[in-house]
Design a binder for this molecule. Structure first.
Ligand code: SAM
Length: 186
């Protein structure tokens, strides 16, 4: 299930838009998933459009409607990426044109704040791509087969010839298996 898909569509994934599934509207989630836990959510450059309170609520809602062992792959702009033009684009309160999608950004995350939010909702969190406090970029091998993130090291067209032009802070937030439940065969 892709949340806030915009124009994204990937084989095997159901694309949803805010009008169908608003991350911060409990009623939307209950109507869609009450009887059908979800295997995986994919959410690229959407979370930064939520207020801090809505982001925490959305993390809890994702957790509630995932099956145990299911995951949310989630990417946002990275507050530690050391590129002035990038930060000017993604930081809340920018002076972009009113119709630019980034003008609606409410929060800028770094790996610490993003991980902490999902951990507080009950998730086990793996960092896939992020920059640390010194701006150093970290990549932990992950497969687009489990959910592509376009604005990532390997997929984004701006990352070519050894130059990192545009990356994201990317996590897999996984709902733990219950202790008495064996791992599901894939
Ligand atoms: C920058 S676009 C990203 C679209 C797409 N995921 C991509 O990576 O190209 C931000 C998207 O977030 C969606 N969005 C904003 N707030 C949302 C919310 N509360 N719930 C679900 N989607 C939301 C917008 O409708 C828009 O499609």
């Amino acid at each position: 299930m892709i949340i806030g898909a915009g124009s994204q569509s990937y084989p095997g994934w159901i694309a949803t838009q805010k009008e169908q599934l608003d991350l911060a509207r409990s009623d939307d989630w209950a109507a869609s998933f009450r009887t059908r836990p979800v295997d995986a959510f994919l959410c690229e450059h959407v979370w930064e459009h939520l207020s801090e309170a809505d982001a925490r609520l959305a993390a809890s809602l994702c957790f509630r409607y995932l099956r145990p062992g299911g995951y949310l792959r989630c990417a946002v702009p990275d507050g530690n990426f050391p590129d002035a033009a990038y930060q000017q684009l993604v930081r809340p309160g920018s002076t972009l044109a009113k119709d630019h999608p980034a003008v609606d950004h409410k929060v800028i995350y770094d790996y610490g704040s993003f991980t902490a939010m999902f951990a507080a909702a009950g998730f086990d969190v793996d960092l896939l791509e992020y920059c640390d406090e010194t701006g150093r970029f970290h990549y932990n091998e992950w497969s687009p087969d489990d959910g592509p993130i376009y604005r990532s090291l390997l997929l984004d067209h701006r990352n070519k010839h050894g130059t990192i032009g545009f990356i994201s802070l990317i996590v897999d937030a996984r709902k733990p298996l219950q202790p008495d439940q064996p791992p599901r065969r894939m």
